[in-house]
Write a protein that binds this ligand. Sequence first.
Ligand code: NAD
Ligand code: TYD
Length: 341
Amino acid sequence: MRKTFLVTGGTGFIGNCFCKLLLAERPDDKVINVDVCTYAANPSTIREELKNPNYKFYKTDIRNREEIYKIFEEEKPDTVVNFAAESHVDRSILDPEAFLTTNILGTAVLMDACRKYGIDRYHQVSTDEVYGDLPLDRPDLFFHEDTPLHTSSPYSTSKASADLLVLAYYRTYGLPVTISRCSNNYGPYQFPEKLIPLMISKASHDESLPVYGEGLNVRDWLYVKDHCYGILAVIEKGRIGEVYNLGGHNERNNLYIVKRILTELGKPESLITHVADRHGHDQRYAIDPAKAMAELGWQPTTTFEDGIKRTIEWYRENQWWLDECNASNREWLKKNYAERK
Ligand code: NAD
Ligand code: TYD
């Protein structure tokens, strides 16, 4: 039977990749993208999808209860996948409010709509940042699904709050929910405020690359398409009320990533500039994805070497897309980096 997926935040980095994957892999299904288009959404990202008759776009805020209910009435989704979020840690440190309203209250509005109109599945796209961080000198430690939530930034705290609310709607109202918690993503169409596209963009223009502190913080990198296959696997095969960690054991420190980008672009390491560290900077993230692998048969297929090459190539070929994003991001770049000198 034809299914209708309602995807929120589908003009952003991961949500758009998920819509592309659904349109390609589930060609009989309908995909509804609900996205208010904040600074983080470049409208050009969805130009191909808009031509697809199975795709529809609503420029709507998930915090707007009335509008969200109207969309549910009109589209009658079976599956709701919530990507919509304020997603940048540094912005949450400078101005937390939108993180609380979108990431927590927006999630509540969506789940209330699910209860009112009925759905088969509500899936919450979450992050490994809800577990806080791990020490650099304990490479034996990983985040498991039952690792206590222990957040550091307003961003991660808002995501952890949303996760707890999702589990509360499962227990209290029996809403059929699942949650996936993924490590850092990289790939095409990521807004150039995040480490990898920011550094590619800066290096391409021979600008200095601002590395926070010593650059020894570790992130666990996953190619965005692998993440999206993982989410689909959780929705189609995961158990209701469960949390699944998604990651590919790809830990690298920030200096390694920045140097890798410079090598690939043929630029000198002298472009690296160490700047003031992020407040409360998480040391290390590392996901144990054993549960998703065993229960869902999911595993990442893109090696870091392939993924990073493909990613850098994509940004080189789509400099126009980066330029469009940078045009709407100048104020932020000035504000964030001026304070770090
Ligand atoms: P992004 O910032 O690229 O995209 C977020 C999208 O949500 C944007 O298109 C934005 O316009 C939209 N949005 C924001 N507020 C909204 C609102 N009130 N109503 C409707 N739309 C709104 O983020 P991303 O990197 O694609 O992340 C997507 C999700 O995945 C987020 O929930 C994030 O917490 C989670 N996540 C991200 C990563 C990562 O490495 N990027 C890793 C794990 C989990
Ligand atoms: P980011 O892409 O913001 O993701 P997150 O903080 O959610 O993991 O940052 C990834 C890492 O890169 C993090 O340790 C902070 C660091 N970083 C820099 O060193 N310089 C920068 O300009 C940015 C944006 C991040």
